[in-house]
Ligand binder design. Structure first.
Ligand code: ADP
Ligand code: ZN
Length: 212
């Protein structure tokens, strides 16, 4: 089964994806995580992507598509896309990539959350530098301040979760990613879930949708 998660930055795609891959045997494909890993390792792709990412803009489609194809060419398990596609052009490329593999997209899940809520969430999000676990200093703080419950490593604020960059990411989402809702609605297999609830409730709801 191949699934795409859509929604604002901060809508909870990453948190949901980590839950879903545990419940269903899918591979979590987070283009944001992959790009941050390329950046940390200072690969040519990471160096090229860095200025786009830290300023809240999208990394060019060509770079992202080449990265996806290189990483997933040999993968035979079901894929769970989180943060990809982000433009209609990426969606079209993904469609033809799946077609060439004689596969298709089985479900698209849109996590619906109000804009003021995502702005609030992004501003209070912290990410573990060790295992990537996501926290929120207001609603989901670790037991010990700034330390990951799961692996004991320090938490950090992502460069693009800093105040000035958040507004830019929201605008980029509206301009470039929101048109994907119409694209996938027209294609069928489109589901909507209320992303304003607590993480466990969102996961239960989406699992039920996918098992239908
Ligand atoms: P969020 O969904 O919270 O914005 P991500 O980790 O998915 O966070 O993405 C962070 C940044 O990585 C984006 O702002 C963008 O610069 C880059 N990025 C991630 N996925 C893509 C993509 N599919 N196309 C272009 N850029 C991307
Ligand atoms: Zn951790």
């Amino acid at each position: 089964m191949n699934v795409i998660l859509l929604g604002y930055p901060g809508s909870g795609k990453g948190t949901l994806a980590k839950d879903l891959v545990k419940e269903m045997s899918l591979v979590h494909v987070s283009t944001g995580d992959i790009l941050r890993d390329e950046m940390a390792r200072k690969t040519p792709l990471g160096l090229e992507a860095a200025s786009y990412m830290t300023s809240g803009r999208l990394v060019p489609d060509r770079l992202v598509m080449d990265m996806i194809k290189a990483r997933l060419g040999a993968e035979t398990r079901g894929l769970l896309f989180d943060g990809f596609p982000r433009t209609v052009e990426q969606a079209e490329s993904l469609d033809s990539w799946f077609e060439s593999r004689k596969q298709s997209i089985d479900a698209v899940v849109f996590l619906k959350v109000a804009e003021d809520i995502v702005v609030q969430r992004l501003g209070s999000r912290r990410t573990c530098t060790g295992c990537g676990k996501i926290y929120n200093v207001i609603s989901n703080a670790p037991a010990k301040e700034n330390v990951c419950d799961a692996c004991g490593k320090p938490l950090m604020t992502r460069e693009d979760d800093k105040p000035g960059v958040i507004a830019r990411r929201i605008q980029v989402y509206k301009d470039q990613t929101e048109p994907l809702l119409a694209y996938y609605r027209a294609a069928g297999n489109f589901h909507e879930a209320d992303g304003g609830q607590a993480p466990a409730a969102v996961t239960a709801k989406v699992l039920a949708l996918l098992k239908k």
